[in-house]
Design a protein around this ligand. Sequence first.
Ligand code: AMP
Ligand code: GLY
Length: 421
Amino acid sequence: MINILVVGSGGREHALGWKLAQSPKVGMVYHAPGNGGTSNNVNIEVHEIEKLAQFASEKNCLTVVGPEVPLSAGIVDSFTKKGLAIFGPTQDAAKLESSKVWAKHFMKRNGIPTARFEIFDDATKAKAYVKSVDYSLVVKADGLAAGKGVIVCNDKSEAISAIDKILVEKSFGSSGSKIILEEKIDGVEASYIAISDGNTAYPMATSQDHKRIYDGDMGSNTGGMGAYSPTGVIDDVLAKDIQQNVIEQTISSMKKEGAPFCGFLYAGIMVKDGKPFVLEFNARMGDPECQPIMMRMESDLLDYIKASIDGTLSSLPLISWKLQSAVCVVLASKGYPDLYPKNEEILGLEVQDKNSYVFHAGTKRIDGKVLTNGGRVLGVTAIGDTLQDAISNAYGRIGKISWSSKYCRTDIGKKGLAWNQ
Ligand code: AMP
Ligand code: GLY
């Protein structure tokens, strides 16, 4: 039996712990710091790497890292030096996510399909470039900005304001000391995630996120308001194209450049005219994508995590998936992604339903009550024979959950219905 320490406190980490706990080879599953839905919570924050290492060593845990912040701070390097088993990329390999400028250069020099771009650290030069191009632009801050450092612009004046916001007003601090001006691509977005041991990469199931706060993909970008899996946006032909030309090309190029990538590699893809363009890489699982993906995963996740650490992925069969669809609808507190209330009691969580599971994110448990403790509060995740069934099961379950400021989109999965025939 092996004990697991899951680092993080979101819906993604709850789903990873839930899936790992189903393995007959797993003993205890600890969560640091976890949330109101996870059990065996350990009161250590994700950036307290030394304390996490001490705990993992005392309890003889294999550590699974959910979020990008500890990965880019070098948690994997530090655990590995101490001889502790940990799943995820090194600090160098996590640069695929932690520096968008580095990732764009990496893609360009290795022939990985991505939108045209230029890099600037000077606002005057960046504005002159905006005036010189005849296409719409997306302005991106270089470093980690909690999903907020990307501004999709409809016209030149929006691009100029975005440049001011990042380079002049320094709204993202040092994460915005460099910017990318990138061609805006009009297409359909999907998420393609793989698991790698540095040499081999196996696909996880495909999925599609819903990044905007309001129905119809309107309003501000968020961390993600819901996701479903699989997505028909990525058919078999496109999946093969992405697997070879994005994922395998990235894994072999990272190895060649001396920073082999182990862990979950997430490619945010824009599909235009049947061709994939990489919008971003994440060096981790997606959230909320992780919830429907874990619900569909038939294989034992532990086997793949261990093989990723040991470099033996190619000895395992491809991962097997339930043929059904799964959908996760995020329940947030009204006001997210800006200001929102906390500490409201959530009711209706005890209802049992064989087709759904409620993953917790921004919740905490106090005196037997579950209270809201973040913007994205719950990820209600359901399975069904068709995408429509999964959607109905998720919203059916949501109807039984309540708190004063509960908010969710009412159209999660709807845009998939046209594709998932
Ligand atoms: P990123 O964090 O780079 O994935 O960007 C956040 C969101 O901005 C993406 O999910 C897309 O919706 C949008 N986006 C980023 N880059 C582009 C692009 N080149 N063209 C169109 N939309 C983009
Ligand atoms: N759902 C998008 C992300 O995890 O970055």
